[in-house]
Design a protein around this ligand. Structure first.
Ligand code: PRP
Ligand code: MN
Ligand code: MG
Length: 176
């Protein structure tokens, strides 16, 4: 497929939003310790920027979950390929995601982590595509609600490409 990438959310808009989200988290967890859990690979850029605006005592851990592979369509069968390194029992956990689409990825992660008895478990996503939701997810911190378009950049890939774009762009098919 031949395609262009059109800017949807600029680097500046993202930076501003990341600061706002971090400020809210700093207030909500004032005086407490938190664990930021990034879902590899899409969340790495967002998590890196967000973590540096957080002034709390914060740990960072990762999980690898995959549903899309190289396809544009969710498989709806989410697999945990790499689990957390640390225990989360009694901790304030914030799951950090780049985007919520069908919701299957976060549903799986939520189910997996809830039974480990964290003190609090919140979800923070940069992007939310509510029109595409197939399973209910309660999201606590949302950067931007976006229309039902295939997006790339700022961590998000299309067949593993474009994760390093400093902005979020829409993939526009060229021709037929
Ligand atoms: C993408 C994205 C989210 C998930 C959202 O990950 O980063 O994690 O899909 O989709 P959903 O709400 O429909 O489940 P992907 O499986 O492509 O892996 P990646 O993060 O390594 O790109
Ligand atoms: Mn992902
Ligand atoms: Mg992907």
């Amino acid at each position: 497929m031949e395609y262009d990438v059109d800017v949807l959310i600029s680097r500046e808009e993202i930076n501003k939003k990341v600061k706002e989200l971090a400020e809210t988290i700093n207030k909500d967890f004032d005086g407490e310790e938190i664990v930021l859990i990034g879902l590899l690979r899409g969340s790495v850029i967002f998590l890196s920027d967000l973590a540096r605006e957080i002034t709390l005592d914060a740990k960072i851990d990762f999980m690898t979950v995959s549903s899309y592979g190289n396809s544009m369509e969710s498989s709806r069968e989410v697999r945990i390929k790499k689990d957390l390194e640390e225990l989360i029992e009694g901790r304030n956990v914030i799951i950090v995601e780049d985007i919520i689409d069908t919701g299957y990825t976060l549903k799986k992660v939520e189910e997996t982590l809830k039974i480990r008895n964290p003190k609090v478990m919140k979800i923070c996503t940069l992007l939310d595509k509510p029109e595409r939701r197939e399973v209910d997810i309660n999201v606590d911190y949302i950067g931007f609600k976006i229309p039902d378009e295939f997006v790339v950049g700022y961590g998000i890939d299309y067949a593993q490409k474009h994760r390093n774009l400093p902005y979020v762009g829409i993939v526009k098919k060229i021709g037929g």
